[in-house]
Design a protein around this ligand. Structure first.
Ligand SMILES: Cc1cc2nc3c(=O)[nH]c(=O)nc-3n(C[C@H](O)[C@H](O)[C@H](O)COP(=O)(O)O)c2cc1C
Length: 258
């Protein structure tokens, strides 16, 4: 049984919830999946103060006391994760953004490898597809394997025609996500992901030291010497390109230091 958890960032249980519920019901009917909806509004999600203690010293030094770690625990305990939000002023909702900011240190030290991610955006008229791209990028930054998300459109009240269109979009999306859950959890990374890893870890190795949590995290995970975040078999081309990026990143980082 795979566990899928949807984190929903909206104050009202209308169109975003409708899409999420349809999505999860479809997954359940495709089989082998159990689901949970987490309403971010039912949790304490405080606004990041920007002190960067989490980046530098470690997330346990965060001065905010809220449900960040409960929510991260829920993500860790899931095989599949969905971030769902309405489009508010061409952006994710405020509560969703506050939640993403609370995960800020995870972009430095990604950890959701082997898990599948997707996004659901509900909009009235326009702009939601950019938010899908944004959230899918966020999912990748957190370490997930990403299945492209979906955007649904409806005015209030939702018309029958809009409902039918949404049902169709969500059905296709849930099928793709269900298939994604059964893909190998640790795929060979795409070149762009490999290069991002190499550039980040090499500049961390050169520019940071033991006083930085990013440094000790990467060191303790063996990431300074690794091909990628997790064991993988790189082809000759990727191996060679990775080494070149290590070389360039070392040069750039040393230049910035001097
Ligand atoms: C403050 C606010 C800003 C909004 N901004 C946009 C927008 O930029 N683009 C859009 O298409 N819809 C926008 N909408 C409409 C919502 O995206 C739409 O009603 C959506 O279905 C809300 O999700 P919900 O039903 O789950 O609350 C906005 C709604 C609100 C309340």
């Amino acid at each position: 049984m795979k566990k899928v958890t949807a984190f929903v960032g909206t104050a009202r249980k209308k169109h975003t919830y409708y899409a999420v519920r349809r999505f999860l019901d479809n997954l359940k009917s495709l089989g082998g999946v159990e689901c949970e909806i987490i309403a971010l509004t039912d949790h304490r999600v405080k606004m990041c103060r920007g002190c960067k203690h989490c980046f530098r010293k470690g997330e346990e030094f965060c001065p905010l006391k809220d449900d960040r770690d409960v929510l991260i625990g829920k993500m860790m305990a899931s095989d599949g994760v969905v971030f769902a939000t309405p489009n508010y002023s061409y952006q994710v909702s405020a509560i969703m953004k506050m939640f993403l900011d609370r995960l800020g240190f995870v972009f430095h030290r990604p950890r959701f490898f082997g898990k599948t991610f997707t996004s659901i955006v509900a909009q009235g008229i326009y702009g939601g597809s950019k938010l899908v791209k944004y959230l899918d990028f966020v999912g990748m930054g957190l370490g997930f394997n990403v299945v492209k998300g979906s955007c649904t459109t409806a005015l209030d009240p939702m018309s029958e025609k809009e409902r039918e269109t949404i049902d169709g979009i969500v059905q296709g999306h849930s099928r793709r996500f269900h298939a994604g859950l059964s893909q190998p959890p640790y795929p060979v990374p795409a070149l762009v992901k490999l290069l991002a890893f190499r550039a980040a870890r090499t500049s961390m190795r050169v520019m940071l030291d033991e006083t930085s949590r990013d440094f000790t995290y990467y060191r303790d995970k063996g990431w300074f010497e690794a091909d990628y975040f997790y064991p993988t078999r790189l082809g000759v081309l990727k191996k060679a390109t990775g080494s070149l990026v290590d070389l360039f990143a070392t040069g750039i980082a040393r230049n910035r230091e001097s």
